[in-house]
Ligand binder design. Structure first.
Ligand SMILES: Cc1ncc(COP(=O)(O)O)c(C=O)c1O
Length: 399
C-alpha cells in the first residue's frame, strides 16, 4: 500500500480524535524523520517533547532490546531491578523522596491529585478539599487531569468533571491568594506552560506560591511533564527558580518514547499507602530500563550543556526573525522550549513547513512551538530557520 492508501485506511479504522497531517512517518535517524515515500523531515517537535536523544540512539536502543530479551513485564506485586535503578536516578535528579511510575503524563497527574486529596484527608478526615489550578494550563485528557486543565474548550462536552477545582491566573499571585481557603489542599501548575502558549512562570510567582503553601500547609505540585527532563536547560524547570515542589509529575522524555510517567513526592507529601493506588503496567521492567538508560545518556552526552548552548542560539535567532517580521508579536521560552507568537493562526505555516521538510507544532492557535530533540545543534537551528522563513512566505505572510 502507498501513503495515500494507508491514510485512507487509517481514517476508516482509527477514531478521528486528531486532525492528522497527511504524511505517514516511517523511520527516524538523529534529528530527522522519514516518511513512507522516503521524504526527509527535520524534526523540531520530537513527538511533542518526547524524543530527547534523537532517533536511533544506539546505546538507548540496545538497552531496550536487552531488556526485551530478559523480562518485559511483571506485576507490581514483585520487585524488579530496572524499576529500582530508574527510581534512584529520577529521585536523585529531582531531589524528591518517593516515586510511583505511571504509563503516561495524564496518569501522573491523576496520582498527584489523589496524593493531594489523601494528604489533606489524613489531616482532618474531611472529603471536600479543593485544588487550585491555572487558567490556560494543560494536564491531560482523563477525567481528573481534564478537570484541572484550565481550558473550557477541552472540558465542555465531558461535564460533570471532578469537583472542587478552582482556577487562578498564571503569574498572578493575588489571584491564587484570593482562592485559598481552609479547604485548599494543593496548588498545581506547569513552571513553563506548554500547550497554553509557552509561558514561563515569573520567579516571584513561583517563590510566592512556595511561601503561601508553606504558610498554609498546602501541597505545591509542579507539572514537569513537558518542561522537565532537561527541556529548559536544567534537569527540571523548577531548578531555575530555586524552588522545590512537594509533588512533581514527569513523563514524555523520561522514557524517550517508551510509555512511562511518574509522580514524585517529597517527605510528608508521600501520603498514599498500600491499596491506595496501582497500575498493571506502571513501572514495568521494560519502560524502567529505558528511563534508567535515559539518565545515563543525559550525563554521557552532556545533554543539559547542549540544551543551554543550542537553546540560547535558538532564542537569539528567533528574536532576530521576530525583529524583522511584522507578523511575529513575541518570542517566549527557555532552553529548547521556545514559542513564536504571530498576530494570526499559524496552521498554514505549519502545513507549509511539512512541504519544506520541517516538522513543527503549534501551542494554541497563534504560537509555533519549538521542541527539538535535546541533541539539536546550532546547524539544525540554522537549517530550521531557512525552512521556517520559506514556510512563512508560502503561508502568505511576507516579511
Ligand atoms: C504539561 C503537560 N501535562 C500533562 C500532559 C499529559 O501527558 P500525556 O499526554 O502523556 O498523558 C501533557 C501532554 O502534552 C503536558 O504537556
Amino acid at each position: 500500500m502507498n501513503s495515500k492508501e494507508y491514510i485512507e485506511e487509517a481514517e476508516q479504522l482509527l477514531l478521528h480524535t486528531y486532525n492528522r497531517y497527511q504524511i505517514v512517518l516511517d523511520r527516524g535517524e538523529g534529528m530527522y524523520l522519514y516518511d513512507l515515500d522516503g521524504k526527509k523531515y527535520l524534526d523540531f517537535c520530537a513527538g511533542i517533547a518526547v524524543f530527547a536523544l534523537g532517533y536511533r540512539n544506539e546505546a538507548f536502543n540496545s538497552a531496550v532490546k536487552a531488556q526485551v530479551d530478559k523480562l518485559v513485564h511483571t506485576s507490581n506485586y514483585y520487585y524488579n531491578v530496572p524499576a529500582v535503578n530508574a527510581a534512584e536516578k529520577l529521585l536523585k535528579a529531582a531531589h524528591m523522596d518517593r516515586v510511583f511510575f505511571t504509563n503516561s503524563g495524564t496518569e501522573a497527574i491523576e496520582g498527584a491529585i489523589k496524593t493531594a486529596r489523601k494528604y489533606a484527608f489524613k489531616k482532618d478526615g474531611s472529603t471536600d478539599h479543593e485544588i487550585i489550578a491555572m487558567n490556560h494550563s494543560f494536564h491531560g485528557r482523563s477525567m481528573g487531569a481534564l478537570s484541572v486543565t484550565g481550558n473550557p474548550k477541552y472540558q465542555e462536552a465531558f461535564r460533570p468533571l471532578i469537583g472542587n477545582i478552582r482556577f487562578a491566573d498564571f503569574n498572578n499571585l493575588n489571584s491564587v491568594k484570593a482562592l485559598v481557603n481552609e479547604k485548599t489542599c494543593a496548588i498545581l501548575l506547569e513552571p513553563v506552560q506548554g500547550e497554553g502558549g509557552i509561558y514561563p512562570a515569573a520567579p516571584e510567582f513561583i517563590q510566592g506560591l512556595r511561601r503561601l503553601c508553606d504558610e498554609k500547609d498546602i501541597l505545591l505540585i509542579f507539572d514537569e511533564i513537558q518542561c522537565g527532563m532537561g527541556r529548559t536547560g536544567t534537569m527540571f524547570a523548577c531548578e531555575y527558580y530555586g524552588v522545590e515542589p512537594d509533588v512533581m509529575t514527569v513523563a514524555k522524555a523520561l522514557g524517550c518514547g517508551l510509555p512511562v510517567g511518574a509522580f514524585l513526592c517529597k517527605g510528608r507529601a508521600a501520603a498514599l499507602e498500600a491499596g491506595d493506588h496501582g497500575s498493571t503496567y506502571g513501572g514495568n521492567p521494560l519502560v524502567c530500563a529505558a528511563a534508567s538508560k535515559v539518565f545515563d545518556l543525559f550525563e554521557e552526552l552532556h545533554i543539559l550543556d547542549n540544551v543551554r548552548e543550542t537553546g540560547a542560539y535558538l532564542a537569539e535567532k528567533l528574536d532576530e526573525l521576530a525583529a524583522r517580521h511584522p507578523h511575529i508579536t513575541d518570542r517566549r521560552g527557555r532552553g529548547l522550549m521556545q514559542g513564536l507568537e504571530f498576530d494570526r493562526p499559524v496552521g498554514g505555516i505549519i502545513k507549509a513547513a511539512l512541504d519544506h521538510g520541517l516538522i513543527l507544532i503549534s501551542a494554541g492557535t497563534d504560537v509555533i512551538r519549538f521542541l527539538p530533540p535535546l541533541v539539536a545543534k546550532k546547524e539544525h537551528v540554522d537549517e530550521m530557520l531557512v525552512k521556517l522563513e520559506e514556510s512563512i512566505t508560502d503561508a502568505g505572510l511576507n516579511g
